[in-house]
Write a protein that binds this ligand. Structure first.
Ligand SMILES: NC(=O)c1ccc[n+]([C@@H]2O[C@H](COP(=O)([O-])OP(=O)(O)OC[C@H]3O[C@@H](n4cnc5c(N)ncnc54)[C@H](OP(=O)(O)O)[C@@H]3O)[C@@H](O)[C@H]2O)c1
Length: 320
């Protein structure tokens, strides 16, 4: 990238709207090298929440690069419909639909056990499944829903699949976070969002912050295993998640929203590129590392990060 392009890229990121919308994508993609068409041939990749929006677009791009893709979904009928769609776009792709409700530790354990019984290796896991509930909701296990879906489920799934990830040549784990996390600090005193008035958007952003911290923590722990762990944010993309959960935002931003394909480019690149394998624990957007913080009050202490790790281990009953 030239110096002028770097300056423009950083400016777009700091001004938010240009960087997160399709303008940022159009500006940045000019300096990207295309991934080799067979970049993921022979690789097995899991995508959670792959029946809709960004997850489905991710599955399609991975398949187009030759990967065997597992669409990990809570509703297998929707998963089968997504598989048909991906198969039409990439005839001959090897696609599996696996049932897993990532907000349920029992379901995650059941899925991981079945997966490990069938497969020795997983090359990458993309933690994409996401929710933005209007009201505070608890799962059967007593966990607040965004926490269960974005944090506890991915923590447990990563941990349970470690034996298979370790067998990969260059294992990757990607958390699909959100730029909304920039407004939140790591909320470790009240991770279940019991205090104060619940706001879905705040719960969402708090748990997206936790994903960025978890990527750092896993990244450090797994660096000796040759596994790279990253978080990324897709910018703002037109998906059912955005149009249903944030109709006002989708209406105002409509013409500027990215396509799902543009939104997932970086998640796919983090799995497929050699460059992303040389780093770990980073936060990315549009194939570039981004700061984890812009606002000073969002910075956490190392002791808070340790508390998050312990909390996840306690709530999932899994100590890596
Ligand atoms: N679109 C954006 O602009 C944007 C921006 C920032 C971050 N993101 C992140 O990108 C990810 C995908 O969002 P999207 O916009 O594509 O939304 P979406 O269209 O609503 O897709 C969300 C997917 O997650 C699945 N899911 C939710 N809870 C699940 C669970 N417990 N177990 C398994 N799957 C579950 C949904 O399955 P069902 O169909 O069964 O509900 C759906 O397939 C999310 O993590 C979101 O936070 C999106």
């Amino acid at each position: 990238m030239t110096i002028a392009a770097k300056v423009l890229d950083t400016l777009a990121d700091r001004l938010v709207v240009p960087g997160y919308s399709k303008l940022g994508y159009a500006l940045r993609r000019r300096s990207w090298d295309p991934l080799p068409p067979d970049a993921l041939r022979g690789k097995r990749v899991l995508v959670t929440g792959a029946n809709s929006g960004l997850g489905k677009a991710t599955a399609a791009q991975l398949a187009a690069l030759g990967a065997t893709v597992h669409l990990v979904v809570r509703n297998v009928d929707k998963g089968a419909a997504a598989r048909e769609e991906v198969a039409r776009r990439t005839p001959g792709a090897e696609l599996h639909v696996d049932r897993c409700d990532v907000s349920s530790p029992a379901s995650v354990r059941e899925f991981a056990e079945a997966f490990l019984a069938e497969h020795d290796t997983v090359d990458a896991i993309i933690h994409n499944a996401g929710v933005l509930p209007p009201e505070r909701t608890e799962t059967e296990d007593g966990n607040e829903l965004t926490l269960a879906t974005h944090v506890l489920g991915p923590f447990l799934l990563t941990g349970l699949l470690l034996p298979a990830l370790r067998r990969a040549e260059s294992g990757r784990v990607v958390f699909v976070s959100s730029g909304g996390m920039y407004a939140q600090k790591l909320e470790i005193d009240d991770p279940q969002y019991r205090a104060g008035t619940y706001k879905g958007a705040s719960a969402y952003a708090r748990t997206k912050r936790m994903q960025v911290v978890l990527a750092q923590l896993w990244g450090r722990r797994l660096s000796g295993d040759g596994i790279a762990v990253h978080a990324m944010h897709p910018g703002w993309a037109a998906t059912p998640g955005v149009t249903d959960s944030l109709p006002g935002f989708a209406k105002i931003m409509g013409p500027l929203l990215r396509t799902p394909e543009q939104g997932v480019d970086t998640a796919v690149w983090l799995v497929a590129s050699d460059e992303a394998g040389r780093e770990s624990g980073r936060f990315w957007q549009d194939r570039a590392m981004r700061p984890a913080h812009y606002l000073p009050f969002t910075r956490e202490q190392a002791s808070d990060r340790d508390r998050l790790w312990k909390f996840c281990a306690e709530r999932t009953g899994f100590t890596p």
